[in-house]
Each structure stands twice: as C-alpha cells, then as structure tokens.
Design a protein around this ligand. Structure first.
Ligand code: ZN
Length: 299
C-alpha cells in the first residue's frame, strides 16, 4: 500500500462517521471502581459513597480485554492494520484529551462510539518514520446521551533497527591533559598511576596538583596490575548501552597504595567478595576503546 493509498483509506474511514461498538461487558460497578482507586492511590471516598465512577475511568468500562468478545471493528482498526502491513509496527500514544459530561453511575452500561479523525505523515521522529493516527471516542448511556468523550492520538512508526555490533561503545572516557597518560598506558597494557614529580606521592584519579606538596610537576609509575576488592556493587538496573546486566563495579585497592574503580569480569557477580585478589585485564569495547578491568587472580 502506497502513501497515497493509505490516505485514501484514511478518507474512507473518516467518511464512516461515528461507528458504535458493543456495550461494556459489565455495568459500572463498585469492585472495579475500588480496584481502580487502589491502583491510582485515590482515597477520596466520594465515589463509592455517592455511587459514581471517577470520570477518568471512562475508558475502563468498555475496554475490549485480552480476548475481545466484541467483533465490531472501530474505524481506526483497519488503518492501524494497514500501517502494520507497511512496516509501521511500533506504536506509542502521544495525545489523550478527555471531556466529561457527567459522572457515570453504578449500574449504567456504557457504549463506545468511535470516529476516525485523522492521519498525518509520513513524518520523521526520534523513534523512526511514522504516521500520527487520531480518533475520537464518545461513551453513551442507555438513553444515548454522551457521558464522556476522548480524543486519542498515536504514532505508528517503523522501529529503527537494533544497534549493530560494529558501532562504537557509547560511553567514552574523558581524555584530557591530566588523563591522557593513563589511557595511553591502557592501550599498551599498562596500569599507570600518576605520581608527584617532587615528593613522589601517588594519586588516582589523576589531577593537576599534588594534594601533599601542592606541586604541579607530575609523572607516573606503572602499577603491578594487581589489587584486591575494597568495596563493590552489583549493577542490575538501569540498562547501560553496550553492557549486559548484572555486572560488578568495584573499588580496587592496589598494593601501590591507591584505589581505582573498575569492573570485575570473568566471574559471576555472586562470587565477588571483599578482599578478593584481582589482576588487571584489558578489554576492547570496540575498534578504538580499551577499558582496564579486573579478573579474579585465582581461578
Ligand atoms: Zn607532591
């Protein structure tokens, strides 16, 4: 289906006007109201005391459910299916505006009516190229009076393909005049620790001034590449691009007298212990970046 054909289908669906769905499976009822109030954290007693539903529940009463019993198609359904067929399989709700005419009362059975009201696109978005699809729903009571109305808009988009393996690891270290020597060492498989050129004090992370003698003259030593776990966390969440969770982030104590933060690899997170002996290992994250990490010294 071409863009032109999609627009023709949209015009046809709009011309259908308002299409009635099936009445809600259940009348407006206290148990569903009670659950909804619990879920929303709404402790206002007015609804159950007066026997009315919170207005924002409008959509609840006619939800189709996981296995819809109602075979009536809304005028938006055909368009959504056509967009799926064109590869616009992603969906995200972008707008929802509701108008409440009155409270729905216990025992009332509401009926939705849907009007297809717009297709806009294709447009480029951060999620991928897609169409904005808009429809309006009015909920009627048994006397055909409107109780509530809703405008609903979604973006149907073509999901951007998953990140390819060859792409660079997105988290890059800050390399500057203070830290360049450290990253140059990593490239050469060396763990370099900054030292004061005047008093010899070691410091990590690197910085411009010696904390002991205030000298700005600096050099570095090459550490043995051994250490022990001083402290650690197991990172489960949030996801980190290019990394698989869970992973261990440890503060590693070096025999040279400084501590350094790094990942503990080649061992399950639950096996990591305070004081565990480690050795430095150098891992290529992509074609350019190598990160120093830590592996157990004993198998
Ligand atoms: Zn110093």
């Amino acid at each position: 289906m071409t863009d032109e054909e999609l627009r023709e289908l949209a015009a046809k669906q709009a011309a259908l006007g308002e299409v009635r769905g099936a009445p809600g499976a259940d009348p407006v009822n206290a148990p569903m109201i009670r659950h909804w109030l619990d879920a929303m954290g709404d402790s206002n007693p007015v609804y159950l005391e007066r026997g009315v539903a919170p207005p924002a529940m409008a959509q609840v009463w006619t939800m189709p459910g996981v296995r819809p019993r109602d075979k009536v198609r809304s005028p938006a359904d055909d368009l959504m299916a056509a967009l799926d067929g064109q590869g616009y399989t992603g969906v995200v709700a972008t707008n929802c505006e509701q108008v409440y005419h009155r409270y729905a009362r216990l025992g009332e059975r509401l009926t939705p009516a849907t009007r297809f009201s717009g297709l806009a696109g294709p447009k480029r978005t951060a999620l991928g190229e897609g169409y904005f699809v808009t429809w309006n729903v009015t909920w009627y009571d048994e006397a055909d009076e409107p109780v509530a109305e809703m405008m609903f808009r979604v973006l149907k988009f073509r999901p951007v393909p998953a990140r390819r393996q060859a792409e660079p690891y997105p988290l890059r270290p800050a390399v500057n005049a203070d830290t360049a020597f450290f990253w140059e060492g990593v490239r050469q498989g060396e763990l370099r620790i900054q030292s004061c050129a005047d008093c010899g004090e070691l410091r990590h992370p690197p910085g411009p001034v010696c904390p002991v003698c205030r000298s700005t003259n600096r050099t570095h030593v090459v550490a043995r590449g051994e250490g022990t776990v001083f402290s650690y966390v197991v990172h489960h969440h949030p996801p980190v691009p290019g990394r698989e969770t869970p992973f261990v982030v440890a503060v590693v104590e070096l025999p040279e007298g400084v501590r350094i933060v790094g990942n503990v690899v080649d061992c399950p997170p639950e096996a990591v212990r305070i004081g565990m002996p480690l050795r430095a290992t150098y891992r290529a994250m992509d074609d350019e970046l190598i990160l120093p990490m830590w592996a157990p010294r004993e198998p």
